[in-house]
Design a protein around this ligand. Structure first.
Ligand code: NAG
Length: 154
């Protein structure tokens, strides 16, 4: 489905399992590469942004055509099914300092909006700069790279 619809970003809102109940089949390898049907999935990088979510970068190869693509996955780990406390905390974070997770969420939201409007290439670093101009300390994170046409440190 990711291949067919030409997805470049996947936002995953559940952990793989919740309270011992499986929520989603892992469709990527823990490390290196795995083959799923006719697609080879390489895990290029995995960056933990905060305790609640991480960003993975995959390199996909269609083994029938040898065509390759890059996909970025934003994976929320603690957005539990009935996760009202976490949602509330996110809102409170946003209202209190506007940095950290909520800043990160705003960044993702802005990026997804640009994609929805058909942007072919998105400068995530510039988007983050724009956010930081408006609020110091927005998105406190280690350097990481997003493979989305650009390859820059944030
Ligand atoms: C894909 O690559 C393999 C290995 O390099 C090659 O043998 C094969 O012919 C290629 N297939 C296509 C459709 O180009």
């Amino acid at each position: 489905m990711v291949w067919e619809s030409g997805c470049v970003v996947v936002v995953m809102l559940t952990p793989l399992s919740e309270n011992g109940v499986k929520q989603c089949h892992p469709y990527w390898p823990d490390e290196g590469s795995d083959v799923y049907h006719i697609y080879e999935v390489n895990l290029v990088s995995e960056h933990i942004w905060c305790e609640d979510f991480l960003v993975r970068s995959f390199y996909l190869k269609n083994l029938q055509t040898n065509e390759t693509r890059t996909v970025t996955q934003f994976h929320f780990l603690s957005w539990m099914d009935r996760g009202i406390p976490n949602s509330a905390r996110t809102l409170l974070d946003f209202r209190s300092d506007g940095a950290g997770r909520s800043g990160t969420y705003i960044l993702i939201d802005m990026v997804l909006n640009k994609m929805a409007k058909g942007a072919k290439e998105i400068d995530i670093a510039a988007t983050l700069e724009h956010l930081r101009d408006q609020r110091a300390g927005m998105v406190q994170t280690k350097n990481f790279k997003v493979h989305l046409g650009l390859d820059r440190d944030i």
